[in-house]
Design a protein around this ligand. Structure first.
Ligand code: GLC
Length: 725
C-alpha cells in the first residue's frame, strides 16, 4: 500500500482561509469597477516618481495597481493620496521594491545567509529589513528569491539559497515569516513575493534568461519545494519568471501558473510578472504581438503586469472579441484586492511620515555583524592558522577588494549606502588598534598587470601575518552577470601566489557571490574563509572571525567545483548505471579531472572539532504512513566554544524511479562548549521519505533507506531504515 499524500500538497497557505466577509466586500468593489479601473489594478508601473506627473495622473484615474522603485514616505503618500482621495473608487496602491538582503542596513547576500543554516536568523534579519522598508512607505518586497541553482556561472546564485530544496524551503519559510510578521495588516508588515516562478535557475549554460528544460519530476522535487514552503508560510504574492520552460515560458505557462498554483496548491494571492516578461513572450516566439502576449499571460495565470502595459492596451479588444473572458480579468483583480485588504491598505493606506527611515542604528549594525559572522564558511585552516592572535603587532592587508565597499555589499543593495559600509581593512584596523596595519591592493580586478605585486610582497615581508582579500567585484554578481569562467578575475591568483610565497601566516578572505574554482589557491593557502558579500558590517564581522572573537560555523549551500568543466555539479545527483570508479575505465568520469568537488555541499570547518556518535533510529522498521525518530550525539572534542551543523541525509538504492545518492532531510546548528556532548533528534516521516513515483504521484514506497548523519554531504554515520506495509 502506498500512502498518497495529496493532503500534503494541497495544504492551503496561511492567509488563504477564504473569508466570506472579505470575499463579499471584494465582489462589491468589483461590481462597481469599470473595465478601465479593473485593468488599472493589473498594472505595476515603475518609478522614480520625481518629476513624473504621469504617475500622479494615472493614480488619480485609478490606473495603477502597484508601483516599483518609488520610495520615500512623502513620495508614496503623495501618490497614494492621488489614488485614495482623487480616484473614483479610492482603491489604494501597493508600493513594491526589491528588498533582497536588507533595505538600509544591508545584510549578507542570501547565498551567504543560507550558509548560516540558521532559519531563525533569516527571520530576524528579514523582520528588521521589513521595519526599515515600511518606514520608507513600502509594503511589498520582491523577495525571497527561491530559485534552486546548480550552476555557479549564473550570477543570480548570489540571490538564492543554493542547490538544495530542503535548505531552500527552510530559508523561504523564514524570509516570508520575517517580512510579513505576525499581523499582515500591521504597518510594518511587508508582503513577500516568492520568485521567480519557476525554474529560472536552471538556465542553460548558466546564461541569465536562457532556456530551461526541466522534467516534471525534477520540477516537483527540486524547483517547487521552496515555493510551496513560501506559500505555506503565507506568502501573499509570486513573481513569474523570464525563462522558457520546456517550450512554454514561465510567464505564460498554464501548468505551473494554474494547474499547480491554483489547482493543487489553492494559492489565493496574486502573481506579478517579472519586468517586461509579458512583452518578452513576443521574443520567445509564442506571441506574434502585444495582444497575443497579453492573452497568453493573463489566461495562463499572470495577474499583474510589471512595467510593460500590454494588459491595459489590449484587453478591452480581447474581451470584446471573446478571446479573453471578463471573468478572467475579474479573478485577477479579485486576487489583487484580496492581498490589499489582507495588508490593511484600505484601512491605513498612508505611511507615517514622521518616522523616516534612518541610517543603520547600533541595533541594526549589531544584527548585520552577527548575521555576517554566522554566514561565513571556513573552507580550510591548516595548522590552525586561524584565529590570528589579537596581539599581533604588524599585519598586512592585501588585495584589490580589501578596501572595496561595493564588493562587500554585492547586488540588490536597496537603500544601502557604500559610505556606511565597514571595509575589511577598516575592520582589521578597528580590531587591532595598537597594531601596524599595512594595506596594499596588489592588483586590479581585471587585466594582467603585476605592477602592484612588489609593494604587496614587501607589505607581507614586513608583517607578522597577512590577510589576503580576493574574490569578485560587486558588479560581477546578481542579475545579468553570468560568467563563462569561475576563476578569480584579473591577476588575483598571481598576486596570491606571490604573497603566499613570502611564507608568513596568511588567511585568504573571499568576497564573492558564487562558488569559484579555487584549486590552485587551495593548494597554496593555509587558511581560506568564505565571507561572501557580508553587507554593511562586513569588515567588523570578518575581523571577529579572523581574531577569534567569534568562531566560524557556516556550511556551503552550494557545491564548489574543482574545475569549470564539471559544472553543473551538485551533491544530490543520480547514481547512473556506471557510477565513477577509478579502477574502471568505462564509468561516468573525466579523463582529465576528478568527478568530486573541491568543497562539497554542506562543507564548513570551525575553530574546534566535533564528533558524532550513537546514531539510532526508533523504530528501524515503519509502515509508509509512520515516522521514525533519529537520535545522534554530537560532541565538542576541541578546546574552544564552537558551532557544528549536523546534517541528515536519506538515500534509497531501489525504488520505482531512480533516486539521488543523497537528499538533505534535516539539519540542526548547535553551539557547544569544549567537551560538551548533546543528543539531537530528527523526525523522519512521509513528508521527508516520500517522492514522485513512476505514476508521478507523491508517495512513500515500501523499500530500504540508508539514513546518514554527518557534518557535510560527504561521510557521516549511517543506519538502515526499512519501510514495509
Ligand atoms: C528584475 C528581476 C526581478 C526584480 C524585478 C524588479 O528584472 O528579475 O528579480 O524583482 O526586475 O526589480
Amino acid at each position: 500500500m502506498r500512502i498518497l499524500l495529496a493532503f500534503f500538497l494541497a495544504a492551503a497557505p496561511v492567509f488563504s482561509a477564504p473569508n466570506t466577509a472579505v470575499e463579499s466586500r471584494i465582489q462589491k468593489i468589483l461590481n462597481r469597477m469599470t473595465l478601465s479601473e479593473k485593468l488599472g489594478q493589473l498594472q505595476q508601473l515603475g518609478g522614480p516618481i520625481e518629476g513624473s506627473s504621469q504617475l500622479m495622473d494615472l493614480a488619480r484615474h485609478g490606473k495603477i495597481g502597484a508601483t516599483l522603485n518609488v520610495r520615500g514616505a512623502k513620495n508614496l503618500n503623495a501618490l497614494q493620496r492621488a489614488a485614495v482621495e482623487g480616484s473614483r473608487l479610492k482603491i489604494p496602491i501597493l508600493f513594491g521594491f526589491d528588498v533582497i538582503h536588507g533595505y538600509r542596513t544591508i545584510f549578507p547576500i542570501p547565498l551567504a545567509m543560507a550558509s548560516s543554516w540558521d532559519p531563525s536568523l533569516i527571520e530576524k534579519v528579514s523582520r528588521l529589513a521589513a521595519q526599515e522598508a515600511t518606514l520608507d512607505g513600502l509594503r511589498w518586497t520582491f523577495s525571497p528569491m527561491v530559485d534552486i541553482t546548480r550552476d555557479p556561472r549564473w550570477g543570480r546564485v548570489a540571490e538564492g539559497a543554493g542547490e538544495d530544496p530542503f535548505l531552500g524551503a527552510a530559508m523561504a519559510r523564514a524570509y516570508v515569516r520575517g517580512y510579513q510578521g505576525e499581523n499582515l495588516s500591521a504597518p510594518d508588515s511587508l508582503a513577500a513575493c516568492a520568485k521567480h516562478w519557476v525554474g529560472y535557475g536552471a538556465a542553460e549554460g548558466g546564461r541569465d534568461y536562457s532556456t530551461t528544460e526541466i522534467s516534471e519530476r525534477t520540477l516537483r522535487e527540486i524547483y517547487f519545494p521552496p515555493f510551496k514552503a513560501a506559500l505555506d508560510a503565507g506568502a501573499l504574492t509570486l513573481m513569474s519568471a523570464f525563462n522558457d520552460l520546456d517550450g512554454v515560458p514561465s510567464s505564460a505557462n498554464p501548468f505551473t501558473l494554474t494547474k499547480v498554483l491554483r489547482g493543487e496548491w489553492k494559492f489565493p494571492g496574486f502573481v506579478v510578472s517579472d519586468s517586461n516578461a509579458i512583452s518578452e513572450l513576443i521574443q520567445h516566439g509564442i506571441a506574434a504581438n502585444g495582444a497575443e502576449a497579453a492573452q497568453r499571460a493573463l489566461t495562463a495565470g499572470v495577474d499583474m503586469e510589471m512595467h510593460s502595459r500590454l494588459y491595459e492596451e489590449n484587453l478591452p479588444t480581447l474581451i470584446k472579441s471573446g478571446l479573453v473572458a471578463q471573468s478572467t480579468v475579474d479573478e485577477a483583480v479579485r486576487r489583487i484586492l484580496r492581498v490589499k485588504i489582507a495588508l490593511g491598505l484600505f484601512k491605513q493606506p498612508y505611511a507615517d511620515e514622521t518616522r523616516t527611515s534612518h541610517t543603520p542604528d547600533a541595533a541594526a549594525r549589531k544584527m548585520a555583524r552577527w548575521a555576517a559572522v554566522r554566514s561565513m564558511v571556513l573552507l580550510k585552516n591548516d595548522g590552525k592558522t586561524l584565529p590570528f592572535s589579537k596581539n599581533l603587532k604588524r599585519v598586512a592587508v592585501i588585495g584589490p577588494l580589501a578596501n572595496d565597499t561595493a564588493a562587500e555589499l554585492g547586488s540588490w543593495i536597496g537603500n544601502g549606502r557604500l559610505e556606511e559600509t565597514i571595509t575589511l581593512l577598516a575592520g582589521v584596523r578597528a580590531a587591532l588598534p595598537n597594531a601596524k596595519v599595512i594595506f596594499a591592493s596588489g592588483c586590479a580586478m581585471s587585466g594582467d598587470s603585476d605592477a602592484g605585486f612588489a609593494k604587496a610582497v614587501r607589505a607581507a615581508q614586513s608583517s607578522d601575518a597577512v590577510v589576503l582579500a580576493l574574490g569578485e567585484a560587486g558588479d560581477m554578481t546578481g542579475e545579468a552577470t553570468s560568467r563563462a569562467f569561475l576563476n578569480l578575475p584579473g591577476p588575483q591568483i598571481n598576486l596570491a601566489k606571490a604573497v603566499l610565497a613570502v611564507g608568513k601566516p596568511t588567511a585568504v578572505v573571499l568576497l564573492n557571490g558564487r562558488p569559484l574554482t579555487l584549486s590552485t589557491l587551495t593548494q597554496r593557502a593555509p587558511a581560506i574563509l568564505e565571507a561572501w558579500q557580508p553587507g554593511t558590517e562586513a569588515g567588523n564581522a570578518i575581523a571577529d572571525i579572523l581574531f577569534g572573537n567569534a568562531s566560524p560555523g557556516g556550511k556551503l549551500p552550494m557545491t564548489f567545483p574543482f574545475t569549470l568543466g564539471q559544472v553543473p555539479l551538485y551533491y544530490n545527483h543520480k547514481n547512473t548505471g556506471r557510477p565513477a570508479k577509478d579502477d574502471d575505465h568505462y564509468t561516468s568520469k573525466y579523463i582529465d579531472a576528478p568527478v568530486t568537488p573541491l568543497f562539497p555541499f554542506g562543507w564548513g570547518l570551525s575553530y574546534t572539532s566535533t564528533r558524532l556518535s550513537n546514531l539510532t533510529l526508533s523504530p528501524q522498521k515503519i509502515t509508509p504512513d509512520q515516522k521514525t525518530i533519529v537520535h545522534v550525539f554530537v560532541e565538542n572534542t576541541g578546546n574552544r566554544l564552537g558551532d557544528e551543523v549536523v546534517e541528515l541525509y536519506i538515500r534509497r538504492r531501489a525504488a520505482s524511479v531512480t533516486r539521488p545518492v543523497a537528499e538533505l532531510k534535516g539539519f540542526q546548528r548547535v553551539t557547544l562548549k569544549p567537551g560538551e556532548k548533546r543528543q539531537l533528534k530528527f523526525d523522519l516521516g512521509p513528508k521527508e521519505l516520500g517522492f514522485y513515483g513512476l505514476d508521478m504521484k507523491y508517495a512513500v514506497e515500501p523499500g530500504e533507506y540508508e539514513i546518514t548523519v554527518g557534518t557535510s554531504s560527504v561521510g557521516g554515520l549511517t543506519a538502515p531504515l526499512s519501510v514495509s506495509n
